[in-house]
Design a protein around this ligand. Structure first.
Ligand code: PEP
Ligand code: MN
Length: 345
């Protein structure tokens, strides 16, 4: 149930509504909105009677929410959520490109990648210090020293940094160093991690599980919102299918489907979505065209020696060319991309 307050309602009237909800044993969630004050009710085991609330002073209307996810649904909040990360706005007119290596390997590799992607016009830097690898013998990430390197590279280039928390222990470290916490595909339904992440005070970049439905993705986001964190960016990164021509099947149809059901911004990751460098550029273009709010792209200064995901990493020159094409496409699609900053310093 969503309680929409009258524009002229007083704070005492709002408090009285919150008290009524809490007295019934439910949770009152103030919904941030531009033009109206609304209170979402969660924790009710079944449907509520709108009449119970519409008679309270200051209430404009009470709207039943029919979706299993409440706080992240468009029914609760019709206007798109804009997530602010430093000076970067995600979910507005701007199209935001997050780029960088799959993993932080060393200072030189990360700093070179950061300078290159910044020069090409990326607005955030990515790089994993805790890597979810299929094999326990593969490079697992540098851990805390990796976070330190990433943070330095972010500071030097002025780019906010995005990095993955694998578990509750690494989450504690990641929040100390990162601007955005990534929850990866393999952890999309790690509910205890989601609850912690919802309380961590940082924006969350939530990737779709490799066999997750739209509803499951949105329910995972609901875990974050239910803890009070609405700064959520969703990401399509490909799902498992029978196809072998790519690593995963990038499901671009998720983007308009999310936009229909949810107010949260949504990204496309054509790097994990295809796993092959030559497919990343065309599907990045498609990500902008389908209406995503941004892209996540892996870029490595020397992919042949990368410790993870080398085959899908773009070379810096390829990334620059891609950004040039995206800048040409963006105005047609009503999006804005920042200009390139020129050659890396
Ligand atoms: C990543 O972004 O480095 C990553 C591991 O992605 P995913 O969780 O989508 O596999
Ligand atoms: Mn990767």
């Amino acid at each position: 149930m969503l309680i929409v307050m009258d524009q002229h309602s007083t704070s005492a009237q709002v408090k009285a509504v919150v008290r009524r909800i809490e007295d019934m044993g439910f949770t009152a969630n103030p919904i941030p909105g531009e033009n109206r004050l609304a209170i979402g009710i969660t924790g009710n085991p079944g449907p509520l009677d709108p009449g119970e609330f519409e008679t309270l002073p200051g209430v404009l209307e009470a709207i039943p929410v029919t979706r299993p996810y409440k706080l992240v649904s468009r029914e609760m909040k019709p206007e798109p959520t804009v997530v602010r990360v430093g000076d970067v706005e995600v979910g507005g007119e701007g199209f935001v490109v997050i780029a960088g290596p799959c993993a932080v390997e060393n200072e030189r590799q990360t700093l070179t990648a950061a300078r290159e992607v910044r020069a090409a016009g990326a607005q955030m830097l990515r790089g994993g210090a805790f890597k979810p690898r299929t094999s326990p013998y593969s490079f697992q990430g540098l851990g805390r020293p990796g976070l330190e390197i990433l943070q330095r590279a972010g500071k030097e280039t002025g780019l906010p940094v995005v990095t993955e928390a694998l578990d509750e222990e690494s989450l504690g470290l990641v929040v100390q160093y990162a601007d955005v916490v990534q929850i990866g595909a393999r952890n999309m339904q790690n509910f205890s991690l989601l609850k912690r992440a919802g309380r961590c005070g940082k924006p969350i970049f939530l990737k779709r599980g490799m066999s997750a439905t739209l509803d499951e993705l949105l329910m995972a986001a609901e875990y974050l919102a239910a803890e009070g964190n609405y700064d959520i960016m969703l990401c399509e990164r490909g799902v498992r299918t029978f196809g072998t021509h790519t690593r995963n099947t990038l499901d671009l149809s998720l983007v308009p489907a999310v936009q229909e059901q949810s107010h949260l911004p949504v990204f496309v990751d054509p790097s994990h979505g295809t796993g092959r460098r030559d497919k990343v550029v065309p599907l990045a273009r498609a990500g902008l065209a389908v209406g995503a709010d941004g892209l996540m792209i892996e870029v490595h200064p020397d992919p042949d020696v990368a410790l993870s995901d080398g085959p899908q990493a773009l070379l810096p020159a390829q990334f620059r060319d891609l950004m040039d094409v995206l800048r040409q496409m963006a105005p047609l699609l009503g999006r804005k991309l920042p200009p390139s900053a020129g050659a890396p310093a």
